[in-house]
Design a protein around this ligand. Structure first.
Ligand SMILES: C[S@@+](CC[C@H](N)C(=O)[O-])C[C@H]1O[C@@H](n2cnc3c(N)ncnc32)[C@H](O)[C@@H]1O
Length: 253
């Protein structure tokens, strides 16, 4: 991050602590991309202690199963945008994040993938307690999901700890945090809640965080909630929706 950007980010955080609202602190237009230094790592800002430190990943099964997580779209988009920073909204057991990390490594890119997920599940994971793939995978202990630890174990087993940084908060909170720190990404994958109002909120929250020329993309076009939200967002901003394999895609002008 450049010195002036550091100063801006510091001033914003200070003002926020003093009680200014994020809305008033956010610039009307995002700063030009040349001011961004994408080589800065986010992890030290988020985690005072390395989340992987002393974690007993070998006691977990090898289970990175997910949905649409090995699509060729990931590899193509990594090759197209050559990202230094990726934000993923909706990680589950880490399938898509691991595909992105492998694609970047194969191209020799040093990427940081920030995985935003509460690891508490989306609506469809809580609708059928007999569903082992969704409800079962939440792995409730005393009524609270422990899925996060399966994700962490999958990252360790794949040896991708350096590339993948967890951010275990609701998507809107994470977007506010990124804005507060003036952080943007080359590639943003939206695969959290599939309810229309939530997808629209994620698009609104994350669009400003995509650097010019970068791409926001997502899964599950066949879900009404996803399709309607993406169509509404694109129409409001006069953006062209394109499709790549099973993913929809919007490019930041
Ligand atoms: C469909 S799964 C993600 C699948 C994953 N990308 C893969 O490769 O298999 C959706 C994930 O979004 C998370 N999620 C849903 N709503 C969220 C929200 N508002 N904030 C953060 N995470 C959310 C859930 O906890 C769940 O892990």
């Amino acid at each position: 991050m450049s010195l002036s950007r550091h100063a801006q980010s510091f001033a914003k955080r200070l003002a926020y602590r003093l009680g200014f609202s994020l809305k008033r602190l956010r610039p009307v237009h995002a700063a030009p991309s040349v001011a961004d230094d994408f080589t800065d790592r986010i992890r030290p800002l988020l985690h005072a202690v390395d989340p992987y430190e002393s974690f007993d990943w070998q006691s977990f099964p090898d289970d990175p199963s997910g949905w649409g997580s090995d699509s060729p779209a990931f590899r193509e988009l990594v090759a197209k945008t050559r990202p230094a920073r990726i934000i993923e909204v909706g990680t589950w057991k880490g399938g898509s994040a691991l595909t992105l990390a492998a694609a970047a490594a194969d191209l020799g890119l040093e990427v940081e993938i920030i995985c935003v997920d509460t690891w508490l599940g989306a609506l469809e994971m809580w609708t059928d307690p007999a569903d082992p793939e969704r409800y079962g995978a939440l792995a409730l202990k005393h009524g609270y999901p422990t899925l996060y630890y399966q994700f962490l174990a999958n990252v360790c087993r794949a040896g991708r700890q350096a590339a993948i940084t967890p951010f275990p908060v609701p998507s809107v909170t994470a977007a506010q945090w990124f804005a507060l720190h003036g952080i943007r990404a080359d590639l943003i994958y939206i695969d959290g809640s599939h309810e229309e109002e939530d997808v629209l909120q994620d698009l609104v929250s994350y669009w400003d965080l995509v650097r010019p020329g970068g791409v926001i993309f997502g899964d599950d076009w066949s879900w009404d909630g996803v399709r309607l939200a993406v169509q509404q967002f694109a129409a409001d901003r006069q953006l062209a929706i394109t499709h790549r394999h099973d993913k929809w895609e919007l490019t930041k002008p």
